[in-house]
Design a protein around this ligand. Sequence first.
Ligand SMILES: Cc1cc2nc3c(=O)[nH]c(=O)nc-3n(C[C@H](O)[C@H](O)[C@H](O)COP(=O)(O)O)c2cc1C
Length: 182
Amino acid sequence: MPVREGPVPPFPPGTDPESYDRLRRRVLWKMPSGLYVVGSTDGAQRRNAMTLNWATQVATDPKWLGIAVERSAHTHELIEAGGVFSLCLVARDDRAIVRRFTKPVDVDLGARTLNGFAYFDGPVTGAPVLAQSVGYLECEVRRPVEVGTHTLFLGEIVNAAFLADEDTPVLRMEDTRMSYGG
Ligand SMILES: Cc1cc2nc3c(=O)[nH]c(=O)nc-3n(C[C@H](O)[C@H](O)[C@H](O)COP(=O)(O)O)c2cc1C
């Protein structure tokens, strides 16, 4: 999909597209969200991890979770190939981790590290999970929904676990000075 130049429609009647675009972005950035690391694999040797905040549970029965992933991301390619992903909850004190997963990742399959952070393969899906996570969810993709720039991967939760004390505060977008989308 070609990248659009300028503000994205629609615009409410009577508004200036440029200033409405800035206002809409500020409202979108104000939406509270978590901040996670998503693990992916092609089902063979390839592994990856990326920072993501567009994640939410989408139903209680079945237990489905949605994550929106840029079509240009390496993660997108791996999730399409492997049909699985993990969602890692990061401790608030570990906020530096998410900065490390916003660029291409250095994978060491022998040492089992991603950018130097230890990982293990999720026991059900094989998607990598950061060992430092507070907890994680493993998902099998049931329905990929293409939405312009991103694909909303709707996955069924096939495993969930804590790796640290359940009371450990987890990272949210507002704990950082980062933003995404808008
Ligand atoms: C705070 C923050 C939140 C992000 N949230 C998302 C997201 O929800 N979805 C997404 O596709 N990319 C998101 N990104 C961008 C990816 O982390 C970035 O494109 C990454 O390099 C993709 O990695 P990959 O190409 O190795 O898969 C976010 C980036 C930052 C800094």
